[in-house]
Ligand binder design. Structure first.
Ligand code: ZN
Length: 115
């Protein structure tokens, strides 16, 4: 299961941070992009199953942006849908962002630490 192996890798990262600080994590925040092929709800379930010692997992879902060279941002894309061409002028669209898969913040029992 893809999500479980991610959680195990993430948990190992958090373990290392905790060991370095001699502190316990109480909450972990990650960013997951729309194009990262990860289902945030499955990730949270896997986390609760495999890494409960690190507290809660919060997933920031990052949508990808589709932009047209002529018209700029395509604003009317529905969540989860994907456009092949610009709805206004029919040009091919450029994609940016949405491939995030990273640790954003670990909240230790004392102060939060930015990664
Ligand atoms: Zn356009």
């Amino acid at each position: 299961m893809h999500e479980l192996s991610l959680v195990q890798a993430l948990s190992a990262l958090v373990d290392a941070e905790c060991a370095e600080r001699g502190a316990r994590a109480k909450a972990v925040r990650i960013a997951v992009g729309e194009l990262a092929s990860v289902e945030p709800s499955l990730l949270v379930l896997a986390w609760e199953d495999a890494a409960p010692q690190h507290g809660t997992l919060t997933v920031d879902f990052c949508a990808a942006r589709q932009t047209c060279a002529t018209c700029g941002d395509v604003a009317d894309r529905q969540p989860g849908s994907w456009l092949r061409l610009c709805p206004t002028c029919g040009s091919p669209l450029r994609v940016s962002g949405g491939d995030e898969l990273e640790l954003v913040e670990i909240d230790f029992e004392e102060d939060p630490v930015r990664c």
